[in-house]
Design a binder for this molecule. Structure first.
Ligand SMILES: NC(=O)c1ccc[n+]([C@@H]2O[C@H](COP(=O)([O-])OP(=O)(O)OC[C@H]3O[C@@H](n4cnc5c(N)ncnc54)[C@H](OP(=O)(O)O)[C@@H]3O)[C@@H](O)[C@H]2O)c1
Length: 275
């Protein structure tokens, strides 16, 4: 009987790619808010791979949405992997951006990850098999102006994953955990933020969702706790934490100012065009 992989944020981007990659060998539980996208993907995968796909519409920034999914994970008889992938970005100085957005981000990246992982582990630890993949970000290693909550919550995800690793190892469990830390990836993520891709990074820094998911699944086979797709990002994340924090923060301040100037210029050009 096929095992089931549960993927949050499966309606687009990296989550949808995980679903496509895992469908040939697994049944799927796909979770997100956009039902039309989930049903479209489920229909394609069922037809192509003859797998069983269940969809669940849930807002994972709400207590009710998280509780409904957690209940399902706790008792699912064939659960083998939970991928905590749902997430979003937001730009703007912390105190100038709506508190509601900061709250939603913490609920989604932190509380949903806590509660869904807790529920899934009730199930997986008892089976002594399976895995949890937490989709964090390279932003876990780099402080970035205008993205305070994003960096903080993604750093939390990596620390949480390492803690889980230690607890599972200590208990002699065979359940695996992974913090997947992608850099800039072509998905709907930056469109949702209204960000202009070329202004964020040069083309060599952009990866595809396929490359990110490949790296994650290869890493899972090798039992890697941290998976950072792309050698450029592996180099940056290896070097940055080694710098004295005062120097690192100075560099990040300069980069932040440069990016802010680019955004202001872009907004001015857009206004000029609109006239
Ligand atoms: N793209 C990048 O450059 C990049 C880099 C590093 C890390 N990441 C991380 O990768 C993960 C996936 O993002 P992506 O790049 O694939 O972006 P994406 O295409 O925008 O996908 C985000 C997914 O999260 C879901 N989601 C957002 N808010 C949700 C909520 N409140 N409840 C339930 N689901 C919600 C969205 O579905 P609905 O809108 O249908 O709910 C969507 O399926 C995120 O955690 C992101 O932080 C992305």
């Amino acid at each position: 009987m096929r095992k089931v992989v549960a993927i949050t944020g499966a309606s687009s981007g990296i989550g949808a790619e995980f679903a496509r990659r895992l469908a040939p060998d697994h049944d799927l539980l796909l979770i997100a808010r956009r039902e039309d996208k989930l049903l479209e993907l489920a229909a394609k995968l069922t037809e192509q791979y003859n797998c069983e796909v269940e969809t669940m519409v849930a807002d994972l920034s709400s207590d009710a949405g998280i509780a409904a999914v957690a209940e399902k994970l706790k008792t699912h008889p064939r659960l083998t992997i939970l991928i905590n992938n749902a997430g979003f970005g937001a730009r703007g100085r912390f105190w100038e951006s709506p508190l509601e957005v900061q709250d939603q981000m913490h609920m989604l990246h932190v509380m949903a990850t806590v509660r869904l992982t807790h529920a899934a582990l009730q199930n997986l630890v008892a089976q002594d098999s399976g895995a949890i993949i937490n989709v964090a970000s390279v932003a876990a290693f780099i402080r970035s102006q205008g993205a305070v909550s994003y960096g903080a919550t993604k750093t939390w995800m990596t620390t949480f994953t390492e803690g889980l690793y230690l607890d599972l190892k200590g208990a002699g469990s065979r359940v695996r955990v992974q913090a997947l830390c992608p850099g800039f990836t072509y998905t709907g993520f930056h469109d949702a933020m209204g960000a202009d891709r070329p202004n964020l990074a040069g083309s060599r820094f952009w990866m595809t969702a396929e490359q990110v998911v490949d790296a994650s699944l290869n890493g899972l086979l090798l039992n890697k706790v941290f998976v950072i797709p792309g050698w450029r990002y592996r180099l940056i994340t290896a070097l940055l934490p080694k710098l004295p924090s005062a120097l690192r923060l100075q560099m990040e301040t300069v980069l932040g100012r440069r990016r802010e100037a680019q955004i202001l210029q872009q907004q001015a050009e857009a206004k000029q065009l609109a006239r």
